[in-house]
Every structure is written in structure tokens, then in C-alpha cells.
Design a protein around this ligand. Structure first.
Ligand code: ADP
Ligand code: MG
Length: 556
């Protein structure tokens, strides 16, 4: 704030964020004109008086006045930290609008009907006996929560959160089992073809392979037609795929359950679009959204206010934390020696090329070059390569060969970030680790440490690395808890990065900042419920004021 000017005026003079070519004086003048023209509707107070009083907030008109013409006795420090009641009130209202938007989506969906999918417990027992491990108590708990939801005639809308390797797939399978028990279809959507393929394999093992189909963008022509036909005729009930699942020509036959794996890769819209595909006889499918992004609870409550929340909070026993080291690129030679040593003793390793280049084509080229350099340096090893531009068939072959143990070292771009499950792989090297987010590094690291062997992860950075960069990587060395990492990532980078840019519609707020204003989140969610109950007529205008007419969540 321009305090010099304030000394001679009755109020302080605001200094606005500069826009190129627009001077402060002009901006002030324009804003004053706008303020003078604000009409009744624009200044209409939608926050109930009881809430204003409870928090000592000024009303909207007073708040706007105060923000644009702050009185001289105001605390600058308070203003700078957005702690002035006028600012807090705007923050509160914005958070409220976002929350109400998601809650009204939820209300609308919950009013719809779904086909109840009760599961006979003996069927569940038979299924459990087919597994080659015992379910952990954490898995049993969330399975019970899900089965309870599925037995109802109201659509399940549940988020299942579980760290990488916590065993979400088998939980999803139990939900699928419930759909199969009622002879209805279930669709499982994964963000990449490799992951879809792997889920498909799991389901083929656990259910009748004849009852499962895999549908991805790679299916063309007659093959695709015959798969679509099988889906439409209900010759298959377990339908696994990528986003190809909600393309126009896919017709389901009594789709009763949708599972979205690794939700952070999809936008809110995509999952809701699939829901509408599943409409039949006046019902919509149950929805289970799975994510490995460990979101702090307060943030989850806000970002997924439309969903119930289950969490697998413990890994299967016997897993050893991956020991992580941070080394400079200059020690590449040592790292190569380590890879050679591991492979010589029958272990397998990943070499992850992070995406230094902007374009996918260049990234893949870089990975190709890395692979051939590694082959020169380590001629005795069998080295494979996977990247996003390879044909699905090729990718599958390489990943299969790696699984079979025919490949010692798999060079990959971050396409392997999600899902790939090769327990014998016990070493991972990540190049340019400093360029990735902590959550993403944690995901990558989750590819090792799946077997009984002690696994290791080498985070290689290119020098020089800033102090802050070192601190970030050190967090990974110090903890293997996805939750701790997520919390740190959140503090260091903000929620947009954590949740993935694609679904940050919610997080792009004008005044509020979900991290800074975290202490409001609980209050905002109870205030939202209060408004929905007692002032339903204010919900639309509030959403409209802050999110615009194209209410991002409500529209779908
Ligand atoms: P994520 O939650 O990351 O999707 P997955 O479902 O892929 O994890 O499971 C990771 C690995 O752990 C798989 O190999 C799976 O078979 C195994 N697994 C799952 N549940 C258990 C369990 N209760 N005990 C032992 N291993 C398990
Ligand atoms: Mg998974």
C-alpha cells in the first residue's frame, strides 16, 4: 500500500497489481467507476447474517469499500497476510461457493437411483480363497465400506485413497465381484494403456477371463467392433480400458459400477461423463474413484466434497521401505556400477528418464539415447525401453519381457509412474529427479519395494542444485510415508501441483488459498451444509458469483 499518499488523504490508496500499459492512476479511476456502478444484485449479501456475526465479518458492501479504500488506521501487516476481516470474509465466501458447487453435484447425484449390488458373503469368501495373500485389516475395512454402499439403491460416490502398493486393485475387484453377483456390468478406467492392460490381467486371473474385455484407443476396425458388440450384448461384464471407454460409440448394457483408477490423471468431467453413459432404466452406476495421491484430509474434504472417503492406511506387511539416496549426476559412473552389480546378482532395475524436454517426441528421443548409452556402458545387460510414443504392442512386449526376467534393466519415461507391478525389480534410478514433484517421485519409487528384497532408489540430480531443491529431495530420503510427502509437497508447491493441473479447476481461486486458509476448511464445510439446509435459494447465486455461469462441476 502506498502509505505516503495515505498521509494526505482520508483513506489509504490501494496499489493494484500492475497490468502492462495500464497505470495505477487509470486503474484506480476505473475501479472507482466500477464501484460506483455496483448495483443491488452485485452487492447482494448471500452469506447468512448468523455466519457474518459469528465470525465478526463485515457485510459485502462494507468489505468491498474497505478493500478498495482502506482506512488509514488499518494494520498493514494484517492486510498483507490477508487476515483483515474484510479479506477473510471474501475468502470465506469464495471457499463456500466452491464447496456448495461440489455439494450440490453430490446432492443431485444422490437423488438418483442406482441398482443395489448386494454381495453374498460366501461369494466374498470364495473370492478371498482364490488370492495368494490374505487381505490386510485396512483392505478389509474399506471393502466393507464399499460393499455397504453398493448394497444401497442410492449411487455410491466414494474416493478410495491408498498409498502406492497399498493394494487398491484387489479392493476394486471386490466391488466388481458385487456387480457380477447381480449379473451387471462394471467398467474400470485407467489412465494409461500399460496400466489398463495390467488391471485387465489381474481381473482375468480373478474372474472368468471370458467375462473380461480390454478396450483402449489402440483397438481399431473389426477388433474394436467385436469388442463393442460384446459389451453391448452383455457377453462380457468386466470392462477395463482407458478413456476410450467413454467415447461416443461405446454402449454398455446395464453398467452398474464405474471404477476410476489413479483419479489424479483424469479431470472431474471425464469421470462424470462416464456416469452418464451408464444410465439405464432410470438408474446411474455406482462410482468408486481410486487414487494413490495421498491427500491431507482437510484438502481431500474440499477437493472431493462430492465424495465419501475411504483410506487404506497401511501397506501389506513384510514390505521393507525403499532406501533412498540423493546423488549428483557427476557420480553417474558409480550409479552405473550399482546397476551392474544389482543385475549381476539376479535383480532387476528401472532407469527413469524424466522429461527434460517439452515435447513428447523429444522426451522419447532422449529416452532412446539414454538407452543406447546405457547399453554401451553396460554391454553385458539386456536393456529394454518403454516410452509413450511406442506402439501399445511393443510396450506390452517390453513390459512382459521385463516381468519374465528377460530384461535386466528397463529404461523408461515416466509412463511407468503408475501401476507397473514387477516384484523382482529392486533398484530404481531416476535422472533429473529435481525436476519432478515429490508426489510423482514417490509414485515412481513405489515401483520398487514390492518384493521381499531390500530395494533402493537413486535420485540423481544435475548440479548445481539449489538449497531448496536439496531440501525437497531430502524429504524423500527421510520418509516413505505418502502422507508426509504430500503434506510437504503441498506446503512447498501448493495444491495445484499436488492434485495435478488437470483437475485444479477447484483450486484456481481468486482470493482464497486452500493452504494458507486451511484453518477455514472445516467451518466452510459445516457452513455449506447449513446454507443448503436453511437457505437453499442462496446456493445458485453464490456459486454463480464465484464460479460464473459455467459452474464447472454443476454443469455435468
Ligand atoms: P496399488 O494400491 O498401488 O494399486 P496394487 O493393487 O497394485 O497396489 O498392489 C500392489 C502389490 O501388492 C500387488 O502385487 C498385489 O498383488 C500385492 N498385494 C495386494 N494386497 C496384498 C496383501 N494383502 N498382502 C500381500 N500382497 C498384497
Ligand atoms: Mg494401482
Amino acid at each position: 500500500l502506498d502509505t505516503q499518499a495515505a498521509a494526505v488523504e482520508e483513506t489509504m490508496t490501494p496499489v493494484y497489481a500492475k497490468t502492462e500499459g495500464v497505470h495505477q492512476a487509470l486503474l484506480r479511476n476505473l475501479i472507482d467507476q466500477v464501484l460506483n456502478r455496483l448495483n443491488g444484485e452485485m452487492l447482494q449479501e448471500y452469506v447468512p447474517e448468523s455466519l457474518l456475526n459469528k465470525h465478526g465479518f463485515p457485510n459485502l458492501q462494507q468489505a468491498i469499500q474497505m478493500l478498495h479504500h482502506p482506512s488509514p488506521d488499518i494494520s498493514l501487516e494484517q492486510l498483507e497476510q490477508c487476515r483483515h476481516p474484510a479479506q477473510q470474509r471474501m475468502i470465506f465466501e469464495e471457499l463456500l461457493a466452491h464447496q456448495l458447487s461440489l455439494m450440490s453435484v453430490r446432492q443431485r447425484v444422490k437423488k438418483e437411483e442406482a441398482v443395489p449390488l448386494p454381495l453374498d458373503l460366501t461369494q466374498l469368501d470364495v473370492f478371498k480363497q482364490r488370492l495368494d495373500f490374505d487381505l490386510t485389516p485396512a483392505q478389509q475395512t474399506v471393502i466393507a465400506e464399499i460393499l455397504q454402499d453398493l448394497a444401497k439403491a442410492s449411487p455410491m460416490m466414494r474416493l478410495l485413497q491408498g498409498d502406492v502398493g497399498s493394494g487398491k486393485t484387489v479392493v476394486a475387484a471386490c466391488a466388481v465381484l458385487a456387480a457380477l453377483g447381480s449379473k451387471k456390468q462394471a467398467a474400470i478406467m485407467a489412465p494409461t494403456e500399460i496400466l489398463a492392460e495390467q488391471l485387465f490381467e489381474n481381473f482375468c486371473n480373478w474372474f472368468s477371463a471370458k467375462d473380461c474385455v480390454l478396450l483402449t484407443g489402440k483397438d481399431k476396425g473389426r477388433l474394436r467392433q467385436s469388442k463393442l458388440e460384446a459389451i453391448k450384448q452383455a457377453k462380457v461384464h468386466v470392462i477395463v480400458g482407458t478413456h476410450a471407454l467413454f467415447q461416443g460409440d461405446v454402449e454398455f448394457n446395464e453398467l452398474s459400477l464405474i471404477i476410476v483408477d489413479e483419479q489424479h490423471r483424469f479431470g472431474v468431467h471425464q469421470r462424470l461423463a462416464l456416469k452418464d453413459k451408464g444410465r439405464f432404466n432410470g438408474t446411474i452406476p455406482h462410482q468408486l474413484i481410486m487414487t494413490a495421491t495421498p491427500i491431507p484430509r482437510s484438502l481431500a474434504m474440499t477437493a472431493y466434497a462430492d465424495l465419501d472417503y475411504s483410506v487404506i492406511d497401511a501397506l501389506p506387511s513384510g514390505r521393507k521401505p525403499v532406501s533412498t539416496v540423493v546423488v549428483s549426476e557427476q557420480r553417474r559412473q558409480e550409479v552405473l556400477g550399482r546397476v551392474a552389480g544389482a543385475c549381476a546378482s539376479g535383480e532387476q532395475a528401472y532407469w527413469v528418464c524424466t522429461l527434460v524436454e517439452e515435447s513428447e517426441a523429444l522426451q522419447c528421443q532422449a529416452a532412446e539415447e539414454t538407452a543406447s548409452l546405457l547399453q554401451q556402458a553396460l554391454p553385458e545387460l539386456s536393456i529394454g525401453l518403454v516410452h509413450g510414443r511406442m506402439k501399445q504392442q511393443q510396450k506390452n512386449t517390453v513390459v512382459d519381457n521385463f516381468k519374465q526376467g528377460d530384461i535386466n534393466l528397463l529404461v523408461a519415461t515416466t509412463v511407468i509412474e503408475v501401476g507397473v507391478d514387477v516384484p523382482n525389480a529392486s533398484l530404481m534410478v531416476i535422472e533429473n529427479a529435481e525436476r519432478l514433484g515429490l508426489a510423482q517421485l514417490h509414485q515412481l519409487r513405489g515401483r520398487v519395494g514390492r518384493g521381499l528384497k531390500q530395494s533402493a532408489c537413486v535420485l540423481m540430480y544435475s548440479s548445481p542444485l539449489s538449497e531448496r531443491g536439496k531440501q525437497r529431495l531430502a524429504i524423500l530420503r527421510e520418509t516413505s510415508s505418502g502422507f508426509v510427502i504430500a503434506q510437504k509437497d503441498l506446503e512447498m508447491r501448493g495444491p495445484g501441483e499436488l492434485l495435478g493441473t488437470r483437475q485444479t479447476g477447484l483450486m484456481q481461486m481468486r482470493i482464497a488459498d486452500i493452504v494458507r486458509d486451511e484453518s477455514w476448511l472445516n467451518e466452510v464445510s459445516s457452513a455449506s451444509r447449513y446454507i443448503l439446509q436453511n437457505h437453499p435459494d442462496r446456493v445458485r447465486p453464490l456459486i454463480r458469483r464465484w464460479l460464473g455461469r459455467a459452474d464447472r462441476y454443476g454443469a455435468v
